[in-house]
Ligand binder design. Structure first.
Ligand code: 5AD
Ligand code: SF4
Length: 453
């Protein structure tokens, strides 16, 4: 989500005549796009701002803006920071060029956050939609460098209505709004025209996508089918899915029915304990979750599933944690993202529950769960040995110590399978953004290694 917002803002500024630079020292304007999901992310932004304050001492004309969720959450408090000139929440991003120009010309601080983000006005919704459709297509200064070659993100939905008790997103991103299917498909066609091979449809609960148009209500399965018809698009992905019955089978059938829809599901469970799931306001039990996983595997036999978990949620006992270990063992994830509970101000968990699991225990559970998953991941990866896989090549492998040229002089490239496995192999850089076939010769829990076939 954030990468997409960064790309939209970069495109808008490029169109207004700005140039991107990789060096803060050269920049006239520095914009930091922020995430508020965990405190750690916010702390990193604050330390970055401390550094910028330093730079501003010798270059007082430099404009610094904070955009995104942290801007929305902290508003004027953030504007008080010495380094900060612009604070711009997610709903105000369509006006970012004006704010930047104003800050450069008038040297005044600018606060642009929405007071009642859950009551976003129609005008604001239209502005967001307009901004999105203009700047996310290749026609207008389109900036795609963050995505990896050959791929692009397309928002299907904004916001979230789920109010999981630990989560800040509904408070900073506002209510759920599904974008019109025509706008999404139009955008995908333009992307395909510009050589994009893979699109990822985005939403906090993307499987809840719903758009009523006349008699018909479009769901994500419809979007996937419509996107499959777009010539030039090879692969379609979607993230993140919420474990609920709504449209679940339809979406999986669309996956099974279209060779273009990647057999991959990111389906966060968050916990394996029913008591904790209830306290998290997740609306399902561990066995209902596993039932969905089982159904996904029966409809799409070679599906890869990834999960998210929070350890150390308030009240999580050793027994609750063991229930999570048990669920991870049964789910057979390709990989898991594991987070230590981080209280977010104003969420119900923060207001009503005490953050009573000591940090040492959170750390230990995090490490233990990772180890359980690593064993599963390495067994699943090992299955790939000797097999040929199709990958979309993203570009040069970013790990410089591994980035040795092969005996053929080709650099090390990184690609991804439809099931989201990372594949590292030597090949010509010109393959970036293209599909390739790789024979797997070595595996590790999260990465496959191989030779270009
Ligand atoms: N503390 C820790 N992890 C969190 N997540 C969301 N909110 C919090 C929080 N307060 C995790 C969830 C979610 C992922 C994006 O971040 O696992 O799926
Ligand atoms: Fe947050 Fe829950 Fe919405 Fe995901 S579904 S964004 S965890 S409130």
């Amino acid at each position: 989500m954030n990468k997409l917002d960064t790309a939209l803002v970069s495109s808008a500024l490029k169109e207004a005549g700005f140039e991107l630079t990789n060096s803060v020292k050269e920049a006239d304007v520095v914009l930091i796009n922020t995430c508020s999901v965990r405190e750690h992310a916010e702390q990193r932004v604050l330390s970055h701002l401390g550094h910028l304050k330093h730079i501003k001492e010798s270059r007082p004309d430099m404009v610094v803006g904070v955009i995104g969720c942290m801007a929305q959450r902290l508003g004027d408090k953030l504007l008080e920071h010495e380094a900060v000139d612009i604070v711009c929440g997610p709903a105000q991003i369509p006006k970012i060029t004006d704010f930047v120009l104003q800050a450069l010309q008038e040297k005044k601080k600018c606060l642009a956050v929405t007071k009642k983000i859950r009551e976003t006005s129609e005008i604001q919704a239209q502005a967001l939609e307009g901004f999105e459709s203009v700047y996310s297509s290749p026609a207008s200064g389109w900036e795609n460098r963050n995505f990896g070659m050959g791929q692009a993100y397309v928002r299907a939905m904004r916001g979230c209505n789920n109010f999981c008790s630990y989560c800040i997103v509904p408070y900073v991103r506002g209510p759920e709004v599904s974008r019109p299917p025509e706008a999404i498909i139009e955008q995908i066609k333009k992307l395909a025209g510009a050589g994009v091979k893979q699109v990822t449809l985005l939403g906090q609960r993307v499987n809840a996508y719903k758009y009523k148009s006349g008699e018909k209500t479009y769901c994500l399965a419809d979007l996937l089918e419509m996107a499959s018809d777009v010539e030039g698009i090879g692969w379609i992905r979607f993230v993140t899915s919420y474990p609920s019955e709504e449209f679940f089978d339809e979406i999986l059938r669309a996956m099974a029915g279209s060779p273009k829809v990647c057999n991959y599901l990111h389906l966060p469970a968050q916990s394996g304990s029913d008591k904790i799931l209830r306290a998290m306001n997740r609306h399902y039990t561990a066995s209902q979750y596993l039932e969905l996983v089982g159904r996904a595997r029966s409809i799409v036999p070679d599906i890869a599933i990834a999960g998210d978990f929070i350890v150390g949620f308030p009240g999580e006992t050793e027994e609750d944690f063991q229930a999570t270990v048990d669920l991870v063992t049964k789910a057979g994830y390709k990989n898991c993202f594991i987070f230590k509970y981080s209280p977010r101000p104003d969420t119900t968990a923060d207001k009503r529950l005490q953050d009573n699991v000591p940090v040492e225990i959170k750390k230990r559970r995090n490490t233990e769960l990772l180890a359980v998953q690593e064993k599963i991941s390495s067994e699943l990866s090992r299955d790939f040995l000797g097999r040929q896989v199709r990958v979309l090549v993203e570009g040069l492998s970013k790990k410089p110590h591994l980035n040795k040229a092969g005996s053929d002089g080709n650099p090390q490239l990184l690609g991804r399978t439809a099931t989201d496995y990372i594949v590292v192999f030597n090949g010509p850089e010109s393959l970036a953004g293209e599909f390739a076939t790789v024979k797997i010769t070595k595996t590790s829990p999260l990465t496959l290694f191989g030779e270009l076939f």
